[in-house]
Every structure is written in structure tokens, then in C-alpha cells.
Design a protein around this ligand. Structure first.
Ligand SMILES: NC(=O)c1ccc[n+]([C@@H]2O[C@H](COP(=O)([O-])OP(=O)(O)OC[C@H]3O[C@@H](n4cnc5c(N)ncnc54)[C@H](O)[C@@H]3O)[C@@H](O)[C@H]2O)c1
Length: 255
């Protein structure tokens, strides 16, 4: 019987690109991957002075990149920067996202397009830009950040809901297409997480009472909860798992 000396959840010598890493869930993912030994390329549209203080440990090999996932050129340039500095790219986390709230009947086409352009088409652009590098890497993996809203219908977030359904299904299709290249693609679907994205609804007592009543474990997901599951799915500990969505939802989807 062979024994493995390497811890299957470690990322030593591996390079991970995380989009939307300036704050919130993306920052927590960047920190967790760095804790596990990864070299993290953290990318965001925000200028560096607006990044959360603890978005990445100071020093070390990690890099920050200016990225707008609504631009294919920006996605390709970011991958080029990562390859120029780090030499390879092993993992991609498609985390950058935006939300727009309001009834479907009055949502403007402009708002609808913006949410789809960032969340859904942005995930496609970034995945496509990273593909040649991921194909060249050993045991590469990708995680898309979906949402419970992509699985159940939630009022007043039509574009967001369908964009998240899209990125979770995109994980399945890419998993199938890229399996011959040895690239695994999965998704993570959190319930509500206390970040800037949910600042408005968290101030709404009626909304929160209803939301919390639907979470059997009785609390919001922390950014760290999401980051731990993302790290697991990216790592060799999940070497036989591809095309799946893991919900980090405290049981929302049980009932
Ligand atoms: N907060 C929640 O309750 C929740 C629940 C489920 C899923 N999610 C998803 O988790 C991901 C992270 O969300 P969060 O809660 O940390 O939100 P957040 O607003 O705190 O962070 C999103 C990050 O994405 C970046 N971003 C936005 N547009 C970009 C673009 N065009 N190019 C590059 N970066 C861009 C933002 O600058 C920001 O740093 C999103 O995909 C979101 O949909 C969030």
C-alpha cells in the first residue's frame, strides 16, 4: 500500500488566480489559499487603495492585478501578468460579481445586461482566458461562485438569479469539455453572506427575518465558510469531483 506524504489540501508550489479578491468572499478565499501554501494572484476592478486591509497577507509571493471581467482583453492581460510573474497558473476562482435588486417588471434592460455581463459572461471570459494556462498545468481546477439564488427562485433579483444558475451550469459544461485536459470545474453556492453586496438587505429587518427563517443552521454563511469549501474543491482532496455545485447554505435547500 502506498502512502502519500503530501497533504491533499495543501497548495504548495501552486498558483491560484482569484477574481473579485479585493474584499468580501474573494478576499477570504485569497487568504485561505495563501494559508494553505498557494501563491495567490488576487485580481479586482477596485484600485489598490480600496482593497480590504487583510485581503492578502503582506509580503510573500502574492500579487495584485487590476482586472475588469467585462473585458476579454483585461482577462487575457491578467493571465499574461500571472504567467510572467509566477510562470504557471494552476487554479482559477471565478468570484467577482454584482447584484441588482428590484421587481422583474421594472428592471431595466441596462441593469439586466450589466449583471449578466459581469456574473455570467465575465465567468466565461475569465475561464476562456485562463484555459490555455490551465491546460498546460498539472491537475488544474476551477471553482465558480454561484448562489442559492441560482437554484431557488428569489423575489426581486431576476438577473442575479439567472446569472448564478448560469455559472453553476457552466461549471458542469466546462467540467465535461475540459475533463480530457485534466481540468476539474466545480461551483459553490452560498446563502447570504455579510459583505458589501448584502449591506442593503441586511439593514432590512423584515427581509432578514424571512431570510433567517429559511436557514436551518440559523446563521448567515461567513466568508470563511465559503473559502473553506472553495479550497477543498480546488484541492487534490476533491480529485474525483467535477461538475458539482456544493451549497454552503446552512441547509436552505433541504426544504
Ligand atoms: N454576499 C452574499 O450573500 C453572496 C451569496 C452568494 C453568492 N455570492 C457571490 O459571491 C461573490 C463575491 O461576493 P461578495 O459578497 O464578496 O461581494 P462584494 O461586493 O463584497 O465583492 C465582489 C467583488 O467583485 C469585484 N468586482 C465587481 N465587478 C468586477 C469586475 N467587472 N471585474 C473585476 N472585479 C469585479 C468587486 O470590486 C468586489 O471586490 C459574488 O459572485 C456574489 O454573487 C455572494
Amino acid at each position: 500500500m502506498s502512502t502519500h506524504s503530501t497533504d491533499p489540501v495543501r497548495f504548495d508550489g501552486r498558483v491560484a488566480l482569484v477574481t473579485g479578491a479585493a474584499r468580501g468572499i474573494g478576499a477570504a478565499i485569497a487568504v485561505r489559499l495563501a494559508e494553505l501554501g498557494a501563491t495567490v494572484a488576487a485580481a479586482d476592478i477596485l484600485p489598490h487603495h480600496r482593497w480590504e486591509q487583510d485581503a492578502l497577507p503582506a509580503g510573500g509571493p502574492h500579487t495584485r492585478h487590476h482586472l475588469d471581467i467585462t473585458s476579454g482583453d483585461s482577462c487575457r492581460r491578467t493571465v499574461e501578468e500571472v504567467l510572467a510573474v509566477h510562470g504557471h497558473l494552476d487554479h482559477l476562482v471565478n468570484n467577482a460579481g454584482v447584484v441588482a435588486r428590484g421587481p422583474a417588471a421594472t428592471t431595466t434592460e441596462e441593469d439586466f445586461r450589466r449583471v449578466i455581463d459581469v456574473n455570467l459572461t465575465g465567468t466565461f471570459r475569465m475561464s476562456q482566458a485562463a484555459y490555455p494556462a490551465l491546460r498546460a498545468a498539472e491537475a488544474a481546477s476551477v471553482v465558480n461562485i454561484g448562489s442559492t439564488n441560482g437554484h431557488i427562485a428569489v423575489l426581486d433579483t431576476l438577473a442575479y438569479c439567472v446569472s448564478k444558475a448560469g455559472v453553476m451550469h457552466m461549471a458542469r459544461v466546462l467540467a465535461l469539455e475540459w475533463a480530457p485536459d485534466g481540468i476539474r470545474v466545480n461551483a459553490v453556492g452560498p446563502t447570504i453572506v455579510p459583505t458589501d453586496m448584502t449591506r442593503d438587505v441586511r439593514a432590512d429587518d423584515a427581509y432578514m427575518a424571512d431570510k433567517m427563517a429559511g436557514i436551518p443552521l440559523g446563521r448567515m454563511a461567513a466568508p470563511r465558510d465559503v473559502a473553506l469549501t472553495v479550497a477543498h474543491l480546488l484541492s487534490p482532496a476533491a480529485a474525483m469531483t467535477t461538475g458539482q455545485t456544493v451549497f454552503v447554505d446552512g441547509g436552505v435547500l433541504i426544504h
